[in-house]
Design a protein around this ligand. Structure first.
Ligand code: GLN
Length: 345
């Protein structure tokens, strides 16, 4: 799309969250309200994930001023899985820029599940977007580094900077997925055949499998998301992780594709960009305000955490995060009513 806005400065619109104590109450309420809900099923296509405790549930909100609210199992670690795609995409956007990434990886929804092979075939070998496995593999292949080991280290340190602490690999999850990721290997080979991956596709899958096995907790997800809400600066550590324009590039893609084939429904109901992972995490970001991190392993059929979606919906609504919601502006109403009075007199 040619928008013809080269050199035009990006102005931003922001808002404010309710008072700290109110946010704290709402985070606790969201946790209590959805704790009794036990529908959905723990992912088992990666064998070790089937062993997760289905009753775990943590909710966290990180504000752009660095304050963090928590309720429930916010310190229990789990593998980040597909949520890594958002942050590796941000890293690649930061390094290579908007245009290259849009051309190489794409920004449009496939309307199909995250591990679809048909989506690649239907789009002449184009991976379509960085949040499905095909696009995520194409994105990981673009991470700077002379060797896969260097690329992996770059991913680990960047995602750690987003979280504000050193993230480590879950060796058991990595091993388990490595033994069962034939489908991702097939996707990578298919992309190679279309000229969409230039390096060794199996090495790309290995780095991707590692990035998915990084251990995080719900609080980390909130802080990582809040970094994208805060123009690329981690609000807890103060470290700049990516350039400000990268946040807009990443969040717009999350809005369109972060919840897979449910992304439209998610925006319709909840109204903020988000990304989920099959271990049960969700991060949802309110630009200029903060982010929500949730963890609960029971998933719906699209692979999104059931409790996590509900807690996020509740917090989006009560904290006023929906980017599409508006109300009649009070001063405008006052001005119009005084105009009416003037013209009546
Ligand atoms: N590692 C998982 C995979 O590639 C991630 C999928 C997900 O979280 N949706 O299949």
């Amino acid at each position: 799309m040619d928008t013809d806005v080269e050199g035009v400065e990006q102005a931003v619109s922001t808002g404010t969250l309710p008072a700290w104590s109110r946010v704290d109450e709402l985070v606790t309420e969201a946790h209590e309200r959805y704790l009794p809900r036990t529908s959905g099923a723990v992912a088992d296509y990666i064998p070790v994930l089937a062993a997760a405790d289905p009753d775990l549930f943590g909710v966290s909100v990180a504000e752009v001023d660095g304050r963090v609210h928590t309720a429930g199992h916010v310190d229990v670690e789990f593998s980040i899985q597909s949520i890594s795609k958002a942050f590796v995409y941000a890293l690649v956007c930061h390094e290579l820029g908007h245009d290259i990434v849009r051309e190489r990886v794409g920004v449009d929804n496939t309307g199909l599940p995250f591990n679809s092979v048909i989506a690649i075939e239907l789009n002449d070998g184009h991976p379509m977007n960085p949040m499905v496995n095909a696009g995520a593999l194409a994105t990981t292949a673009l991470v700077p580094g002379a060797t896969p080991a260097e690329q992996w280290e770059r991913i680990r340190t960047t995602l750690s900077a987003f979280a504000g602490r050193q993230l480590v690999l879950d060796g058991e999850v990595y091993q388990s997925e490595t033994l069962t990721n034939q489908r991702n290997k097939a996707i990578a080979r298919l992309l190679e055949s279309y000229g969409r991956i230039d390096t060794d596709p199996l090495e790309v899958v290995d780095v991707y499998t590692r990035q998915c096995a990084l251990r995080v907790d719900a609080r980390d997800l909130a802080v990582m998301g809040a970094t994208l809400a805060d123009g690329g600066v981690n609000p807890v550590t103060g470290e700049r992780v990516v350039d400000a324009h990268v946040c807009g590039d990443t969040l717009s893609v999350l809005a369109a594709t972060g919840m897979y084939e449910r992304s439209g429904e998610w925006l319709f109901e909840i109204g903020i960009p988000a990304k989920s992972g099959v271990a049960g995490g969700i991060v949802a970001v309110a630009p200029g305000k903060g982010a929500i991190g949730t963890f609960s392993p029971r998933l719906d059929r699209a692979g999104n955490s059931v409790r996590g979606q509900r807690a996020t919906a509740y917090l989006s609504r009560t904290l006023g995060l929906n980017v599409f919601a508006s109300d009649v502006h009070a001063s405008g109403r006052a001005a119009r009513s005084s105009e009416r009075k003037d013209s009546a007199s």
